[in-house]
Design a protein around this ligand. Structure first.
Ligand code: ACO
Length: 372
């Protein structure tokens, strides 16, 4: 009998230089550097370089990268126009998917698949996705779209374009760390989708569009939005009672559980600390306290740990970002990891094409329609 690995659980399909995860120890390492060091010391731009080149940039390389991002963050007018034409109530992740797909029409060298051109294409997406996310929000609010400020970092620029005012240092660092923590995570579902698309030798935009569509689902990146919606729904109710009822109804609690980690998700460690600081400084302690009660209950009673999405929800909420944009923030960061995996897939490509065990009917015959 064929052995079936449902959901490809535990299946290793390739070697990779990009990201190491030890699910038992709760370790996450980008190209040899532990996520804890990066979250404490790095800037997101350094992490983009690290993932794409598997080494940290020298000062001159980092300056060059920052200039490239600043010079390429403006969106084609036609993309903004398409965003304006989309229904106001369209899911923001669907708008992002549409906008990224549209960007391919404005790439004059689409046929050029040399490594350098592909790298620049990915960096351009790293620069443009934050502009798209901010534009989606400004347009649906009926506000003017704000042009990027080339003097600001990627994290600061995003907050500036979103809110229309220069963010303070605390907000910028929180955004920067959140971007670092979400940048890569091995062969997760959206990265795998990007690699499958790349493995057919399709283009970068198609691969990233596949990845965005996959990240959107509530079992993957869509969970962070649902965490905040759950906390808001709980309101003044007892959070533990709420969770008990949800579990009794066979509900999954968003922001908990992971395919790989069997202990604390190392990203949650930083996001919990940031959530506490930001909730306190913005007078939103209530949400942090609620989150802690839910986490304690899930740990003690269900032995299930919080994942990256649980505390990122309250971090973003404290930064004043609407809940339905949280998954877009994930994409703003993960584009760096997707890009690294797309390049790695092109470099050592083999078409990804698994098989299924057929269990449907056999030996049937065609019956003319009038006789059915
Ligand atoms: N709430 C309640 N029970 C859970 C949860 C949860 N969040 N997560 C896992 N479980 C239970 C399952 O019901 C299952 O129990 P059973 O063995 O009695 O049937 C057991 O734990 C194993 O869980 P699986 O769903 O089989 O684990 P899998 O590896 O397939 O799924 C997943 C992992 C999809 C992340 C799951 O934990 C989940 O749905 N979590 C909620 C959504 C979420 O937070 N997603 C974000 C993940 S991180 C990311 O993608 C960025």
């Amino acid at each position: 009998m064929t052995e079936i690995k449902e959901g490809l659980k535990g299946v290793v399909i390739a070697q990779s230089n990009i990201c190491f995860i030890d699910g038992a120890k709760g370790e996450l390492v980008y190209s040899g550097i532990n996520i804890h060091e990066l979250a404490e010391q790095a800037q997101f731009e350094e992490v983009i370089f690290l993932l794409l080149h598997q080494r940290l940039p020298k000062q001159s390389e980092l300056s060059e990268l920052k200039s490239f991002l600043a010079e390429n963050s403006t969106l084609p007018g036609a993309v903004l126009e398409i965003l304006r034409q989309l229904p106001k109530d369209m899911e923001p992740m669907a708008s992002l998917r549409t906008a990224v797909s549209t960007l391919s029409a404005f790439d004059p060298n689409l046929d050029n698949t040399e490594l350098n051109t592909q790298q620049q294409r990915i960096l351009k997406l790293c620069a443009q996705i934050p502009s798209i996310v901010a534009a989606i929000e400004r347009i649906r609010q009926g506000k003017e779209v704000i042009a990027p400020d080339p003097k600001l970092s990627l994290a600061a620029n995003f907050l500036y374009m979103l809110r229309g005012e220069k963010p303070d240092e605390i907000a910028v660092r929180a955004m920067d760390v959140a971007l670092i923590l979400h940048a890569d995570h091995g062969f997760n579902a959206s990265t795998f989708a990007a690699r499958v698309t790349t493995s057919t030798l399709s283009d970068v935009y198609s691969a990233v569009t596949s990845a965005i569509g996959t990240l959107k689902g509530p079992l993957h990146g869509g969970a962070n939005q649902q965490v905040m919606q759950m906390l808001l729904k709980i309101g003044d109710q007892d959070p533990v009672d709420f969770i008990k009822k949800a579990l009794a109804n066979k509900g999954k609690i968003m922001g908990f559980g992971h395919r790989v980690y069997r202990t604390e998700d190392p990203r949650a460690t930083h996001l919990r600390r940031m959530s506490q600081q930001l909730c306190e400084s913005t007078g939103q302690q209530k949400f942090f306290e609620m989150s802690q009660k839910i986490e304690q209950f899930m740990n003690n009673e269900k032995k299930i740990n919080a994942n990256v999405d649980f505390y990122s929800a309250t971090v973003y909420y404290s930064l004043g970002i609407p809940a339905d944009l949280y998954t877009l923030l994930f994409a703003m960061s993960r584009i760096s990891g997707w890009g690294a995996h797309i390049l790695e897939q092109y470099k050592n490509n083999s078409l990804i094409r698994p098989r299924a065990e057929y269990i449907g009917p056999r030996d049937q015959h065609y019956i003319p329609i009038a006789q059915r």
